[in-house]
Ligand binder design. Sequence first.
Ligand code: UN1
Length: 517
Amino acid sequence: MNSTALFKRLGLSSHPRFVARPGKGAAGVQVVHSPIDGSVLGGVRLDDAKKYEAAIRSAQEAFEKWRLVPAPVRGQIVRELGDAIRAHKADLGMLVSLEVGKITSEGQGEIQEIVDIADFAVGLSRQLPGQVFPSERAHHRIVEQWLPLGLVGVISAFNFPAAVWAWNACLAAVCGDVTIWKPSLLAPLTALACNSIAEKVAAKHGHPGIFQLIIGSDEQIGKPLVADKRVALISATGSTRMGRAVGQVVAQRLGRTLLELGGNNAVIVTEEADLKLAIPAIVFGAVGTAGQRCTTTRRLIVHEKLADRVCKKLVAAFEQVMSRIGDPTAPGTLVGPLINEQAVKNYEHAVLAAKAEGGRVLIGGQRVKKASLKSQNGGSGLYVQPTIVRAPASNKLPIAQEETFAPILYVFTFKTLSQAIAIQNSVDAGLSSAIFTERFREVEAFLHPGGTGSDCGIANINCGTSGAEIGGAFGGEKDTGGGRESGSDSWKAYMRRQTSAINFSGTLALAQGIKFE
Ligand code: UN1
């Protein structure tokens, strides 16, 4: 892959923050290595406290103008942003693949999510609906409207280095807000490329500064951003540990948070499941993005009568995947590398722990040697085998309570659906879940209106735990943080609500029948 030509087309090469050939240990520069082969893709100049302050001031200035632009006109700028991203889809997708190791179609899919959320936001720009309520007082009316919130800090993770920013930035923009994006230091090039496209569109329309990007460490940039009273909302995606720290600091200053944190997602397969649907969904859920989505299927909860059959089918499917691990940009690859050495260590640790706890490794469990890779272009050593671990008969496997960002699927068994749901809900996180069944009553038990079914923010029927569309609200409960991003009414997090009682009676009447004469 000729990254020089790619970077040129994306405008990275001429960007003042980009360093084409960063020297070893260059101060103030983040060197970006591709997880594919460990090669240096380039460097990005890091921001310091002074740059941070300048970004906030520029954001505040931009907000004063932007908030006064009618929402449908704001929408037109987001429409152009979506068009510009569309035009660069292939290149941006490739950049995602190079920087974080996604296979080509998943890299492209990530950029498609930007296009989709931009479309959604454009439509939304003609809505942002408030409500009207009847007043108890004659010739009065109660109305509510939604107003811009201000500065929105977006902290994103390496695994969705573009889409999650766009979920936030496109909604924030139509809501009249200014986005300040702090991307993961593992994926600053994707951030630089995407933000430059957005910023260019905004500047063309006389609104420079509504898409801010600040790149730096948690210490230098993350902490000041989270603690900054001038930033009305902090929308953070990442680990539960990070979210807990962010949540506490923002709560202290009574700011708003939107947290989208870890997942420990399960698929339940009942006796009534159609395995033709279940097996491929589980394989994609567990192995897609090399197990590094927050929606990755980490646990399978299968009826005991079906368990052996399902495991056999899954092992057969995983066997096919084994010969397609390698360079994610090569055609036919299904599994790319993990993001870094620490991720591989976490994988190895989880496999060892599972074994020590009585789990049986049905397939996988090893780092992939270079000679076994599908394509020889993969010298980073960050490739691991997708793994299935069957829990012991006791169904006890403590390591499965943890979210390990790697392709490991733990298999549990159940007798009754209520047992299955209890296992599904027994983890700290509550992001995504799914059930495979053709039986109506099992579906309804899983989605019970009393909340006794899945305790997750996402509860799918006959489709897997990952790959949510942007139209629904995305996020989860418990240790997942409770935030909702993307579709539905998630936009409300980016606006402030104002309720007005309007008196057109010509006399003053008090509510609750109070007389004060
Ligand atoms: C994430 O992993 O942080 O539902 C987001 C999915 C994607 C988004 C995942 N649309 O798998």
